[in-house]
Design a binder for this molecule. Structure first.
Ligand SMILES: [Zn+2]
Length: 451
Protein backbone atom coordinates (compact mmCIF):
# COMPACT_ATOMS: atom_id res chain seq x y z
CA UNK A 1 0.00 0.00 0.00
CA UNK A 2 2.86 2.37 0.83
CA UNK A 3 4.44 2.10 -2.61
CA UNK A 4 1.11 2.49 -4.40
CA UNK A 5 0.38 5.65 -2.43
CA UNK A 6 3.83 7.05 -3.19
CA UNK A 7 3.39 6.37 -6.91
CA UNK A 8 0.00 8.09 -6.93
CA UNK A 9 1.51 11.14 -5.22
CA UNK A 10 4.26 11.15 -7.84
CA UNK A 11 1.75 11.12 -10.69
CA UNK A 12 -0.30 13.94 -9.18
CA UNK A 13 2.85 16.02 -8.67
CA UNK A 14 3.88 15.40 -12.27
CA UNK A 15 0.58 16.87 -13.45
CA UNK A 16 0.72 19.69 -10.91
CA UNK A 17 -2.33 18.56 -8.90
CA UNK A 18 -2.94 19.18 -5.26
CA UNK A 19 -3.84 15.97 -3.45
CA UNK A 20 -6.30 14.84 -0.81
CA UNK A 21 -5.83 11.19 0.19
CA UNK A 22 -8.52 8.57 0.74
CA UNK A 23 -7.17 5.29 2.12
CA UNK A 24 -9.29 2.36 3.29
CA UNK A 25 -6.62 0.07 4.68
CA UNK A 26 -7.31 -3.63 5.10
CA UNK A 27 -10.77 -3.34 3.67
CA UNK A 28 -11.16 -5.68 0.75
CA UNK A 29 -12.84 -4.15 -2.25
CA UNK A 30 -13.76 -7.72 -3.21
CA UNK A 31 -16.09 -8.42 -0.36
CA UNK A 32 -19.67 -7.45 -0.80
CA UNK A 33 -21.18 -5.58 2.10
CA UNK A 34 -17.85 -4.22 3.36
CA UNK A 35 -18.33 -0.50 3.97
CA UNK A 36 -15.33 1.53 2.94
CA UNK A 37 -15.76 4.87 4.72
CA UNK A 38 -13.02 6.69 2.78
CA UNK A 39 -14.46 5.48 -0.53
CA UNK A 40 -17.81 6.95 0.50
CA UNK A 41 -16.19 10.26 1.47
CA UNK A 42 -14.33 10.37 -1.83
CA UNK A 43 -17.56 9.86 -3.81
CA UNK A 44 -19.23 12.67 -1.83
CA UNK A 45 -16.26 15.02 -2.36
CA UNK A 46 -16.23 14.27 -6.10
CA UNK A 47 -19.95 14.98 -6.42
CA UNK A 48 -19.74 18.16 -4.33
CA UNK A 49 -16.75 19.58 -6.20
CA UNK A 50 -14.38 19.32 -3.22
CA UNK A 51 -11.98 17.47 -5.55
CA UNK A 52 -11.85 17.56 -9.37
CA UNK A 53 -10.73 14.05 -10.10
CA UNK A 54 -9.27 10.75 -8.90
CA UNK A 55 -5.82 9.26 -9.08
CA UNK A 56 -5.77 5.52 -8.33
CA UNK A 57 -3.07 2.90 -8.58
CA UNK A 58 -5.30 0.66 -10.66
CA UNK A 59 -8.99 0.13 -11.13
CA UNK A 60 -9.00 -2.82 -8.70
CA UNK A 61 -8.09 -0.51 -5.84
CA UNK A 62 -11.08 1.66 -6.60
CA UNK A 63 -13.81 -0.88 -7.31
CA UNK A 64 -14.03 -4.59 -7.71
CA UNK A 65 -17.74 -4.77 -7.25
CA UNK A 66 -19.62 -3.59 -10.36
CA UNK A 67 -22.02 -1.73 -8.08
CA UNK A 68 -19.14 0.40 -6.68
CA UNK A 69 -17.89 1.18 -10.19
CA UNK A 70 -21.38 2.21 -11.32
CA UNK A 71 -21.55 4.67 -8.45
CA UNK A 72 -18.22 6.21 -9.51
CA UNK A 73 -19.36 6.32 -13.14
CA UNK A 74 -22.59 8.01 -12.17
CA UNK A 75 -20.64 10.80 -10.47
CA UNK A 76 -18.46 11.20 -13.60
CA UNK A 77 -21.47 11.30 -15.92
CA UNK A 78 -23.31 13.93 -13.90
CA UNK A 79 -20.15 16.05 -13.44
CA UNK A 80 -18.47 16.47 -16.84
CA UNK A 81 -14.92 17.76 -16.64
CA UNK A 82 -13.75 15.54 -13.77
CA UNK A 83 -10.34 14.02 -14.42
CA UNK A 84 -9.25 10.44 -13.87
CA UNK A 85 -5.79 8.89 -13.80
CA UNK A 86 -4.39 5.43 -13.07
CA UNK A 87 -0.81 4.27 -12.81
CA UNK A 88 -1.56 0.85 -14.23
CA UNK A 89 -3.63 0.64 -17.40
CA UNK A 90 -5.04 3.35 -19.56
CA UNK A 91 -8.52 3.67 -18.25
CA UNK A 92 -10.02 7.09 -18.35
CA UNK A 93 -13.43 7.29 -16.72
CA UNK A 94 -13.83 10.72 -18.25
CA UNK A 95 -14.18 9.17 -21.74
CA UNK A 96 -16.86 6.85 -23.21
CA UNK A 97 -14.34 4.20 -24.27
CA UNK A 98 -12.79 4.32 -20.86
CA UNK A 99 -16.17 3.69 -19.22
CA UNK A 100 -16.83 0.61 -21.32
CA UNK A 101 -13.34 -0.68 -20.66
CA UNK A 102 -13.68 -0.10 -16.93
CA UNK A 103 -16.99 -1.98 -16.81
CA UNK A 104 -15.49 -4.99 -18.58
CA UNK A 105 -12.44 -5.03 -16.31
CA UNK A 106 -14.46 -4.79 -13.11
CA UNK A 107 -16.84 -7.51 -14.29
CA UNK A 108 -13.87 -9.81 -14.94
CA UNK A 109 -12.10 -9.01 -11.68
CA UNK A 110 -15.30 -9.64 -9.77
CA UNK A 111 -15.86 -13.00 -11.45
CA UNK A 112 -12.26 -14.02 -10.79
CA UNK A 113 -12.61 -13.35 -7.09
CA UNK A 114 -15.90 -15.26 -6.93
CA UNK A 115 -14.23 -18.20 -8.70
CA UNK A 116 -11.34 -18.15 -6.24
CA UNK A 117 -13.79 -18.44 -3.35
CA UNK A 118 -15.65 -21.24 -5.07
CA UNK A 119 -12.40 -23.07 -5.85
CA UNK A 120 -11.24 -22.82 -2.24
CA UNK A 121 -14.54 -24.20 -0.99
CA UNK A 122 -14.47 -27.06 -3.49
CA UNK A 123 -10.89 -27.88 -2.49
CA UNK A 124 -11.87 -28.03 1.18
CA UNK A 125 -14.75 -30.35 0.35
CA UNK A 126 -12.46 -32.65 -1.65
CA UNK A 127 -9.91 -32.79 1.17
CA UNK A 128 -12.72 -33.56 3.58
CA UNK A 129 -14.10 -36.35 1.42
CA UNK A 130 -10.64 -37.88 1.21
CA UNK A 131 -10.48 -37.77 5.02
CA UNK A 132 -7.53 -35.40 4.95
CA UNK A 133 -7.06 -33.27 8.04
CA UNK A 134 -6.89 -29.51 7.50
CA UNK A 135 -6.73 -26.45 9.68
CA UNK A 136 -5.62 -25.99 13.26
CA UNK A 137 -4.15 -28.73 15.39
CA UNK A 138 -6.61 -30.47 17.71
CA UNK A 139 -5.63 -31.23 21.31
CA UNK A 140 -4.24 -34.78 21.51
CA UNK A 141 -2.54 -34.77 18.11
CA UNK A 142 0.82 -33.51 16.92
CA UNK A 143 1.23 -30.68 14.43
CA UNK A 144 1.10 -33.10 11.47
CA UNK A 145 -2.60 -33.39 12.52
CA UNK A 146 -2.32 -37.19 12.23
CA UNK A 147 -0.09 -38.62 14.93
CA UNK A 148 -1.24 -38.79 18.53
CA UNK A 149 0.70 -36.56 20.89
CA UNK A 150 2.45 -38.63 23.57
CA UNK A 151 1.77 -36.04 26.28
CA UNK A 152 -1.73 -34.83 25.41
CA UNK A 153 -3.40 -38.03 24.20
CA UNK A 154 -3.12 -39.84 27.58
CA UNK A 155 -4.52 -36.74 29.32
CA UNK A 156 -7.50 -36.67 26.97
CA UNK A 157 -8.12 -40.42 27.47
CA UNK A 158 -7.95 -40.04 31.23
CA UNK A 159 -10.50 -37.21 31.03
CA UNK A 160 -12.84 -39.46 29.02
CA UNK A 161 -12.62 -42.24 31.63
CA UNK A 162 -13.16 -39.82 34.49
CA UNK A 163 -16.15 -38.11 32.91
CA UNK A 164 -17.75 -41.51 32.25
CA UNK A 165 -17.15 -42.33 35.92
CA UNK A 166 -19.24 -39.29 36.81
CA UNK A 167 -16.42 -36.91 37.70
CA UNK A 168 -17.56 -33.36 36.88
CA UNK A 169 -16.01 -31.61 33.88
CA UNK A 170 -15.13 -28.68 36.12
CA UNK A 171 -12.92 -30.95 38.21
CA UNK A 172 -10.91 -32.11 35.19
CA UNK A 173 -10.72 -28.54 33.94
CA UNK A 174 -9.34 -27.26 37.23
CA UNK A 175 -6.68 -29.96 37.33
CA UNK A 176 -5.58 -29.26 33.75
CA UNK A 177 -5.47 -25.52 34.31
CA UNK A 178 -3.52 -25.97 37.53
CA UNK A 179 -1.04 -28.20 35.72
CA UNK A 180 -0.64 -25.63 32.93
CA UNK A 181 -2.31 -27.82 30.28
CA UNK A 182 -3.72 -25.37 27.74
CA UNK A 183 -5.85 -25.63 24.62
CA UNK A 184 -3.99 -25.66 21.30
CA UNK A 185 -4.50 -21.91 21.05
CA UNK A 186 -2.81 -21.47 24.43
CA UNK A 187 -5.97 -20.67 26.38
CA UNK A 188 -7.16 -22.03 29.70
CA UNK A 189 -9.76 -24.79 29.55
CA UNK A 190 -13.36 -24.26 30.61
CA UNK A 191 -16.11 -26.84 31.13
CA UNK A 192 -17.67 -25.67 27.87
CA UNK A 193 -14.52 -26.03 25.79
CA UNK A 194 -13.80 -29.44 27.32
CA UNK A 195 -17.33 -30.69 26.66
CA UNK A 196 -17.18 -29.44 23.09
CA UNK A 197 -13.80 -31.09 22.65
CA UNK A 198 -15.00 -34.45 24.02
CA UNK A 199 -18.00 -34.38 21.68
CA UNK A 200 -15.82 -33.78 18.62
CA UNK A 201 -16.18 -36.71 16.17
CA UNK A 202 -12.49 -36.27 15.40
CA UNK A 203 -11.72 -38.16 18.61
CA UNK A 204 -12.92 -41.39 17.01
CA UNK A 205 -11.39 -40.57 13.63
CA UNK A 206 -14.52 -39.28 11.90
CA UNK A 207 -14.11 -36.44 9.40
CA UNK A 208 -16.40 -33.46 9.73
CA UNK A 209 -17.10 -30.75 7.19
CA UNK A 210 -18.80 -27.51 8.24
CA UNK A 211 -19.54 -28.97 11.67
CA UNK A 212 -21.22 -32.18 10.52
CA UNK A 213 -19.87 -35.72 10.22
CA UNK A 214 -19.24 -36.16 6.51
CA UNK A 215 -20.98 -39.09 4.84
CA UNK A 216 -19.96 -40.95 1.69
CA UNK A 217 -22.53 -41.15 -1.16
CA UNK A 218 -23.63 -44.50 0.32
CA UNK A 219 -24.20 -42.94 3.73
CA UNK A 220 -21.12 -44.26 5.54
CA UNK A 221 -19.22 -41.80 7.73
CA UNK A 222 -15.92 -40.66 6.23
CA UNK A 223 -12.93 -41.80 8.26
CA UNK A 224 -10.12 -39.34 8.70
CA UNK A 225 -6.50 -40.09 7.89
CA UNK A 226 -5.39 -39.78 11.50
CA UNK A 227 -5.04 -42.01 14.55
CA UNK A 228 -8.25 -42.14 16.59
CA UNK A 229 -7.92 -41.16 20.23
CA UNK A 230 -10.70 -43.38 21.61
CA UNK A 231 -12.91 -46.14 20.21
CA UNK A 232 -16.36 -45.52 18.79
CA UNK A 233 -18.32 -47.17 21.57
CA UNK A 234 -16.59 -45.22 24.32
CA UNK A 235 -17.32 -42.03 22.42
CA UNK A 236 -20.95 -43.05 21.97
CA UNK A 237 -21.28 -43.59 25.73
CA UNK A 238 -19.64 -40.23 26.32
CA UNK A 239 -22.13 -38.43 24.05
CA UNK A 240 -25.04 -40.24 25.73
CA UNK A 241 -23.62 -39.24 29.10
CA UNK A 242 -23.75 -35.56 28.13
CA UNK A 243 -27.18 -36.04 26.58
CA UNK A 244 -28.57 -37.73 29.71
CA UNK A 245 -27.23 -34.97 31.96
CA UNK A 246 -28.85 -32.36 29.79
CA UNK A 247 -32.21 -34.15 30.17
CA UNK A 248 -31.97 -34.73 33.91
CA UNK A 249 -30.73 -31.27 34.86
CA UNK A 250 -33.08 -28.75 33.36
CA UNK A 251 -32.02 -25.99 35.71
CA UNK A 252 -29.17 -27.39 37.73
CA UNK A 253 -30.94 -26.19 40.86
CA UNK A 254 -32.13 -29.60 41.99
CA UNK A 255 -28.63 -31.01 41.94
CA UNK A 256 -27.42 -28.25 44.22
CA UNK A 257 -30.37 -28.82 46.52
CA UNK A 258 -29.44 -32.43 47.07
CA UNK A 259 -25.74 -31.93 47.44
CA UNK A 260 -25.79 -30.40 50.92
CA UNK A 261 -27.78 -31.87 53.76
CA UNK A 262 -29.37 -28.67 55.00
CA UNK A 263 -30.05 -26.74 51.81
CA UNK A 264 -33.62 -25.46 51.92
CA UNK A 265 -33.62 -25.64 55.72
CA UNK A 266 -30.87 -23.19 56.73
CA UNK A 267 -31.87 -19.56 56.50
CA UNK A 268 -30.04 -16.30 56.99
CA UNK A 269 -30.64 -14.69 60.39
CA UNK A 270 -30.53 -11.21 58.85
CA UNK A 271 -32.77 -11.42 55.78
CA UNK A 272 -34.38 -14.84 56.45
CA UNK A 273 -33.55 -15.90 52.91
CA UNK A 274 -32.38 -19.41 52.11
CA UNK A 275 -28.64 -19.98 52.36
CA UNK A 276 -26.91 -22.00 49.68
CA UNK A 277 -24.10 -24.50 49.99
CA UNK A 278 -20.85 -23.14 48.64
CA UNK A 279 -17.82 -25.30 48.28
CA UNK A 280 -14.90 -23.46 49.82
CA UNK A 281 -12.01 -25.76 49.08
CA UNK A 282 -10.78 -28.73 47.18
CA UNK A 283 -10.77 -30.88 50.34
CA UNK A 284 -14.58 -30.97 50.34
CA UNK A 285 -15.17 -28.31 52.98
CA UNK A 286 -18.05 -25.97 52.29
CA UNK A 287 -20.06 -23.14 53.81
CA UNK A 288 -23.72 -22.26 53.92
CA UNK A 289 -23.82 -18.73 52.61
CA UNK A 290 -26.27 -15.87 52.30
CA UNK A 291 -24.72 -13.38 50.00
CA UNK A 292 -27.06 -10.46 49.53
CA UNK A 293 -24.11 -8.09 49.53
CA UNK A 294 -25.34 -6.59 46.28
CA UNK A 295 -28.81 -5.79 47.63
CA UNK A 296 -28.32 -4.67 51.20
CA UNK A 297 -24.71 -5.20 52.08
CA UNK A 298 -24.72 -8.23 54.37
CA UNK A 299 -22.96 -11.49 54.09
CA UNK A 300 -23.69 -14.33 56.49
CA UNK A 301 -21.80 -17.60 56.19
CA UNK A 302 -21.23 -20.61 58.41
CA UNK A 303 -19.03 -23.64 58.12
CA UNK A 304 -21.02 -26.49 56.51
CA UNK A 305 -19.91 -29.75 58.12
CA UNK A 306 -20.07 -28.55 61.77
CA UNK A 307 -23.53 -27.12 61.07
CA UNK A 308 -24.68 -30.43 59.60
CA UNK A 309 -23.29 -32.27 62.63
CA UNK A 310 -24.92 -29.88 65.08
CA UNK A 311 -28.28 -30.23 63.32
CA UNK A 312 -28.04 -34.03 63.25
CA UNK A 313 -27.02 -34.26 66.89
CA UNK A 314 -29.82 -32.05 68.07
CA UNK A 315 -32.33 -33.91 65.90
CA UNK A 316 -31.13 -37.25 67.25
CA UNK A 317 -31.45 -36.06 70.85
CA UNK A 318 -34.91 -34.72 70.14
CA UNK A 319 -36.03 -37.97 68.54
CA UNK A 320 -34.74 -40.22 71.30
CA UNK A 321 -36.86 -38.27 73.79
CA UNK A 322 -40.04 -38.77 71.84
CA UNK A 323 -42.32 -41.67 72.48
CA UNK A 324 -45.13 -41.34 69.99
CA UNK A 325 -44.73 -43.46 66.93
CA UNK A 326 -45.46 -42.14 63.49
CA UNK A 327 -42.71 -43.23 61.11
CA UNK A 328 -42.69 -42.77 57.38
CA UNK A 329 -45.07 -45.09 55.54
CA UNK A 330 -43.61 -47.61 53.12
CA UNK A 331 -43.25 -46.23 49.62
CA UNK A 332 -45.13 -48.28 47.04
CA UNK A 333 -42.62 -47.61 44.27
CA UNK A 334 -39.82 -49.76 45.73
CA UNK A 335 -40.63 -52.77 43.50
CA UNK A 336 -40.79 -50.66 40.34
CA UNK A 337 -37.49 -49.01 41.22
CA UNK A 338 -35.84 -52.39 41.80
CA UNK A 339 -37.18 -53.56 38.44
CA UNK A 340 -35.71 -50.54 36.64
CA UNK A 341 -32.32 -51.25 38.26
CA UNK A 342 -32.49 -54.89 37.19
CA UNK A 343 -33.37 -53.93 33.62
CA UNK A 344 -30.40 -51.57 33.44
CA UNK A 345 -28.10 -54.29 34.77
CA UNK A 346 -29.51 -56.81 32.28
CA UNK A 347 -29.06 -54.49 29.30
CA UNK A 348 -25.51 -53.68 30.31
CA UNK A 349 -24.75 -57.41 30.73
CA UNK A 350 -26.15 -58.10 27.21
CA UNK A 351 -23.96 -55.30 25.88
CA UNK A 352 -20.83 -56.50 27.71
CA UNK A 353 -21.32 -60.01 26.33
CA UNK A 354 -21.90 -58.71 22.79
CA UNK A 355 -25.48 -59.95 22.64
CA UNK A 356 -26.83 -56.49 21.84
CA UNK A 357 -25.11 -53.58 20.05
CA UNK A 358 -24.51 -50.28 21.80
CA UNK A 359 -26.85 -48.37 19.52
CA UNK A 360 -29.77 -50.45 20.88
CA UNK A 361 -28.59 -50.65 24.48
CA UNK A 362 -27.58 -47.10 25.32
CA UNK A 363 -30.70 -45.18 24.34
CA UNK A 364 -32.75 -47.70 26.37
CA UNK A 365 -30.41 -47.41 29.34
CA UNK A 366 -30.58 -43.62 29.15
CA UNK A 367 -34.39 -43.77 29.23
CA UNK A 368 -34.31 -46.17 32.20
CA UNK A 369 -31.86 -43.96 34.05
CA UNK A 370 -34.24 -41.04 33.60
CA UNK A 371 -36.99 -43.22 35.12
CA UNK A 372 -34.69 -44.13 38.00
CA UNK A 373 -33.95 -40.47 38.68
CA UNK A 374 -37.63 -39.68 38.74
CA UNK A 375 -38.32 -42.61 41.08
CA UNK A 376 -35.60 -41.42 43.47
CA UNK A 377 -37.19 -37.97 43.55
CA UNK A 378 -40.65 -39.50 44.16
CA UNK A 379 -39.26 -41.61 47.00
CA UNK A 380 -37.65 -38.60 48.61
CA UNK A 381 -40.87 -36.59 48.34
CA UNK A 382 -42.89 -39.49 49.78
CA UNK A 383 -40.58 -39.89 52.77
CA UNK A 384 -40.78 -36.19 53.51
CA UNK A 385 -44.56 -36.07 53.06
CA UNK A 386 -45.43 -39.10 55.16
CA UNK A 387 -43.01 -38.61 57.98
CA UNK A 388 -45.08 -37.13 60.76
CA UNK A 389 -43.80 -34.47 63.15
CA UNK A 390 -43.25 -37.16 65.76
CA UNK A 391 -40.93 -39.86 64.62
CA UNK A 392 -40.23 -43.17 66.21
CA UNK A 393 -37.56 -43.03 68.89
CA UNK A 394 -34.36 -44.25 67.37
CA UNK A 395 -31.39 -46.06 68.79
CA UNK A 396 -27.90 -44.83 68.02
CA UNK A 397 -27.41 -47.94 65.88
CA UNK A 398 -30.50 -47.26 63.80
CA UNK A 399 -29.56 -43.62 63.46
CA UNK A 400 -26.11 -44.50 62.19
CA UNK A 401 -27.62 -46.63 59.43
CA UNK A 402 -29.83 -43.89 57.98
CA UNK A 403 -28.84 -42.58 54.57
CA UNK A 404 -28.82 -38.92 53.58
CA UNK A 405 -32.38 -38.98 52.22
CA UNK A 406 -33.72 -40.60 55.38
CA UNK A 407 -31.81 -38.18 57.60
CA UNK A 408 -33.13 -35.27 55.64
CA UNK A 409 -36.70 -36.59 56.01
CA UNK A 410 -36.25 -36.57 59.80
CA UNK A 411 -34.69 -33.12 59.78
CA UNK A 412 -37.59 -31.78 57.73
CA UNK A 413 -40.08 -33.43 60.05
CA UNK A 414 -38.49 -31.87 63.10
CA UNK A 415 -37.50 -28.35 62.02
CA UNK A 416 -39.29 -25.67 60.13
CA UNK A 417 -36.06 -23.77 59.65
CA UNK A 418 -32.59 -23.33 61.07
CA UNK A 419 -31.62 -19.66 61.30
CA UNK A 420 -27.98 -18.64 61.22
CA UNK A 421 -27.04 -15.49 63.12
CA UNK A 422 -24.23 -13.34 61.78
CA UNK A 423 -20.82 -13.53 63.45
CA UNK A 424 -20.43 -11.09 66.35
CA UNK A 425 -16.84 -11.92 67.28
CA UNK A 426 -14.34 -13.16 64.77
CA UNK A 427 -12.86 -16.14 66.57
CA UNK A 428 -12.51 -18.29 63.45
CA UNK A 429 -14.06 -21.19 65.39
CA UNK A 430 -17.44 -22.76 64.81
CA UNK A 431 -19.95 -21.36 67.24
CA UNK A 432 -23.10 -23.52 67.67
CA UNK A 433 -24.76 -20.60 69.51
CA UNK A 434 -25.20 -18.93 66.15
CA UNK A 435 -27.75 -21.58 65.17
CA UNK A 436 -31.39 -20.98 65.99
CA UNK A 437 -33.53 -24.10 65.51
CA UNK A 438 -37.19 -23.44 64.86
CA UNK A 439 -39.36 -26.47 65.54
CA UNK A 440 -42.36 -27.25 63.40
CA UNK A 441 -44.83 -26.75 66.28
CA UNK A 442 -43.52 -23.38 67.33
CA UNK A 443 -43.99 -22.06 63.83
CA UNK A 444 -47.74 -22.59 63.95
CA UNK A 445 -47.87 -20.63 67.18
CA UNK A 446 -46.42 -17.64 65.39
CA UNK A 447 -43.16 -17.43 67.34
CA UNK A 448 -40.90 -17.93 64.35
CA UNK A 449 -39.28 -15.04 62.56
CA UNK A 450 -41.04 -14.05 59.39
CA UNK A 451 -39.34 -15.51 56.34
ZN1 LIG B 1 -29.23 -12.80 54.31
Amino acid sequence: MGRQLRDCRGLAELRGWEVREYVDNDLSAFKRGVKRPQFETMLRDLANGVVDGVVVYNLDRLARQPVDLERVIEVYETNPGLTFATLEGDINLASDDGLTMARVMVAFANKASLDTGRRTRRKHRELAEAGQPVGRRTFGWQSDLRTLDPAEAPLARQAVTEVLDGIPLAHVVRRWNDAGVTTTTGNRWSSQTLRKYLQNPRLVGLRTHRGEVLLTPTGEPVHGAWEPLIDGETWERLCLHFEARKLSEPSGARRGARKYLLTGLVRCGVCHGLMFGSKAREDGRFNYVCDRTAQDGHRVAISGHPTDRAALNLTFRRLTLQTEISGPEPWDGEDALREVNEQIAELMRAYDEHELPGRLVFPRVAALEALREKAARDREAWLVATTGPRLAPVSADEWAKLDQVELRARLDATWQAIYVRPVTQRTGRFDPERLDFVERETLTSGAAPQG
